[in-house]
Design a binder for this molecule. Structure first.
Ligand code: SAH
Ligand code: SF4
Length: 429
């Protein structure tokens, strides 16, 4: 979502005649779009600010945007006096005014969550630099997992209106995009009314997007198990442009820990969703998020996480050490886990997840897959694109270019990517 927000900010500034530069030190304005989800991500902003200092001691104008700005507000300018602007994730449409204000030498801080959506004020989408794009459809979270800052930094769950999303998706496709990933902190909590006043869940929105000419692939992330409706699961069996990939975080495999996390799903209810999904879409690639070392996590609880992973065999996954976040209930729970134990558990979990990811790639060898080319490779005539299952695939494809779609035979696999051979060009611009 920060990538999406960053792109919208860039488009907003481009509309005012600004251009992007490669090196932050050469810029007149640097926007650091920050993440507060774990301590490490939040601390990064302060080292980045330090790195922007030029040889003569001056700095560009610095705006800290995103969730660190939301959570730490005025503290940021105290800790880092070279920061001129602090703007939360729901107020970044005000950046141009804040820049003007800062030019007169005044600092400004805006961490409001205004009633008027920033999306109503943003300029329309224009020509896109890549064939794939993000589209935020939902923001915020009402679930209050006990470890998580998102409900505090991004605010309550809101769904962007139907017509705005259809229009933005059409503008992206007109701008050269053929794959859209719908985004939300809980993207599958999206609901909205179509032009006839009928209510829909995310599956309804996907069905409408599927009808846009030129939009070849639809993905969505991140989903919450509790919002995984049968209608959305069934859509995977019916809509060809909906890619066979589901990122569905579980966090832990022990019911005791899930309860302490306030996840409001159990190990079994989670596994049941995956069963239903595999029935309608047997080739679905599954992905998840895991936290190790949540307060009170015993060896047995952690063993339950490993056993869940063995049962599911994820195609890909993200895993993190629990990071206590200020203001969250878990940060003051008893039995915080020692860092060495967290390290050990994370290593064991990641070894297993990597093995499964490699297995998934190995099993793909021999398959034919449509590949959407996203960038050039190191070799002559080589392009790198994504398979429907979100694997990176390297192909020697002379005459083809970024944005083209081709049928490729997958011939070799590594832990992080595959090699393919061109068999059929599906769509060439
Ligand atoms: N809404 C999504 C996740 C959004 S946050 C869901 O509930 O599934 C992205 C991921 O960051 C989470 O899935 C979780 O694994 C991780 N995360 C959130 N807070 C964390 C914390 N305090 N410490 C470590 N990881 C955390
Ligand atoms: Fe955070 Fe996701 Fe839980 Fe919401 S549902 S509190 S975003 S982990």
């Amino acid at each position: 979502m920060n990538v999406y927000d960053g792109e919208r900010m860039t488009e907003m500034f481009a509309g005012q005649g600004m251009v992007q530069v490669e090196n932050g030190k050469e810029a007149d304005l640097v926007v650091l779009n920050t993440c507060h989800i774990r301590e490490k991500a939040a601390e990064k902003v302060y080292s980045d600010i330090g790195r922007l200092r030029r040889k003569d001691g001056s700095s560009p104008m610095i705006a800290v945007a995103g969730c660190v700005a939301q959570a730490e507000g005025k503290e940021i300018s105290k800790r880092a006096p070279s920061v001129d602007i602090v703007v939360g994730p729901q107020a970044y449409h005000r950046l141009p005014d804040m820049v003007a204000h800062a030019q007169s030498g005044k600092r400004s801080v805006d961490t409001d969550m205004p009633a008027i959506s920033k999306f109503d004020i943003m300029p329309p989408r224009t020509k896109q630099p890549r064939p794939t794009a993000f589209l935020t459809v939902q923001e915020g979270c009402d679930k209050f997992c006990t470890y998580c800052v998102v409900p505090y930094t991004r605010g309550a769950e809101i769904s962007r209106p139907w017509a705005d999303l259809i229009n933005e998706a059409k503008a992206l496709v007109d701008g050269g995009v053929s794959e859209i990933t719908l985004l939300g902190q809980n993207v599958n909590a999206w609901t909205g009314e179509d032009e006839k006043g009928q209510m829909h869940g995310l599956d309804g929105l996907i069905r409408a997007l599927d009808k846009i000419d030129g939009l070849k692939r639809i993905r969505y992330t991140t989903s919450h198990p509790n919002d995984m409706t049968d209608a959305l699961i069934n859509a995977h069996g019916e809509i060809e442009s909906l890619m066979p990939y589901l990122h569905l975080p579980v966090q832990a495999g022990s019911d005791r820990i899930l309860k302490a996390m306030n996840r409001s799903h159990s190990r079994d209810s989670y596994l049941h969703i995956l069963d239903k999904m595999r029935k309608v879409r047997p080739d679905i690639a599954l992905s998840g998020d895991f936290i190790v070392g949540f307060p009170g996590e015993t060896d047995q609880d952690f063993a339950d996480t490993l056993s869940l992973v063995k049962q599911v065999r994820y195609a890909q996954a993200y895993s993190f050490k629990y990071s206590p976040r200020p203001g969250t209930p878990a940060a003051i729970m008893d039995n915080q886990i020692a860092p060495e134990i967290m390290d050990e558990r994370l290593q064991a979990l990641q070894a297993l997840l990597n093995e499964h990811q490699h297995d998934f790639n190995k099993q793909s060898v021999g398959r034919t897959a449509s590949i959407l080319f996203e960038r050039t490779g190191k070799l002559d005539g080589q392009l790198i694109g994504k398979s429907p299952w979100l694997q990176s695939v390297h192909v020697i494809a002379p005459g083809l270019k970024i944005g083209d779609l081709a049928d490729v035979k997958l011939v070799d696999s590594g832990p992080n990517s595959l090699t393919g051979e061109l068999i059929n060009i599906l769509d060439k611009e």
